[in-house]
Design a protein around this ligand. Structure first.
Ligand SMILES: [Fe+2]
Length: 295
């Protein structure tokens, strides 16, 4: 971390400058994050700029297009490539091109995983359980069909969560930057270890100098460090995410809409599909090892 990094914890001018700019440019409502685009498969230069402008301010943008209803994982792949995201994270349950079709699936491969159910998903960032050198720095959602009811996403810029925590207590931030802040137990299916136990921080600064966050509010998937400061910081963060903080936004993606983000904090409310199987909620999700270059 360079001395000029705003994320250096010794109180510095660069932190104060970064903080003030972040607060003064923060979106006041979800509307400020929406960008109308004609066709997500062929995003124009001005649409591209408009998305980057939102990402610069809050690490996310929601595009609103009239493409609705069209299926095809090439849609999110095209969006990702337009933003320089080429290194996609393959995961179990994904389609052949590593895009994941998020829809209710009750087969053996998908059913144990909460994204393929209609249940609520608590606050998290994607891929927190990945190796530290293979983190998801960006992700995309593209909505083909929303649910009949529900399926709303809560969204919070992880940099804003960091900022508010640092304003509350630098010690909390320091505790969550500990390399042993949390342990994610190994993942075993049918006696086979699919992922080893992983230990790591919540907040980390990448080699490129960007702030990255690894987090889940799920209790089952995580063992927090017993250090009282880590415990307090985690409790404070949980309270923040459950609050009506003005920097938390709520959006229900509609047909043809999509979320482009530098893996910000998000959750999903429970949802109900209609009776017609052809009308089931369908969102595509792509997670990348690349960050959207917006600075
Ligand atoms: Fe997620």
């Amino acid at each position: 971390m360079s001395n000029h990094s705003p994320f250096e914890l010794a109180k510095s001018d660069s932190w104060l400058r970064w903080r003030d700019r972040k607060l003064s440019q923060a979106p006041a409502s979800l509307n400020e994050l929406l960008v109308e685009i004609d066709d997500p498969r062929t995003i124009s230069a001005s649409e591209h700029q408009a998305v980057l402008e939102r990402c610069r301010r809050s690490n996310m943008a929601i595009y609103v297009s009239a493409l609705g209803g069209e299926e095809g994982t090439y849609i999110p792949r095209a969006v990702g490539m337009r933003f320089g995201c080429n290194n996609i994270n393959h995961n179990r349950g994904a389609e052949e091109d590593a895009v994941t079709a998020l829809t209710v699936q009750d087969d053996q491969l998908h059913a144990p995983y909460i994204p393929y159910t209609n249940k609520e998903i608590h606050w998290h960032t994607d891929g927190y359980y990945n190796r530290l050198d293979l983190q998801n720095y960006s992700n995309l959602l593209h909505c083909v069909r929303p649910a009949m009811e529900g399926g709303e996403n809560g969204l919070m810029d992880h940099e804003m969560a960091y900022l508010l925590m640092r304003e509350e207590s630098t010690d909390y931030v320091r505790a969550l930057m500990r390399e042993d802040a949390m342990v994610i137990p190994n993942h075993v299916v049918d006696g086979e270890e699919l992922r080893p136990e992983r230990v790591g921080p919540v907040f980390m600064v990448t080699a490129a100098g960007n702030l990255h966050m690894r987090y889940t509010m799920r209790k089952r998937n995580i063992v927090w460090n017993q250090d009282p400061l880590v415990q307090e910081a985690v409790a404070w963060l949980e309270q923040l995410l459950k609050s009506d903080c003005e920097h938390i936004f709520h959006a229900t993606l509609q047909s043809g809409w999509g979320l482009i983000s530098n893996n910000v904090l998000h959750d999903r409310s429970t949802f109900e599909d209609g009776d017609d199987p052809a009308s089931k909620r369908l969102l595509y999700r792509a997670r990348y090892y690349d960050r959207i270059h917006c600075t």
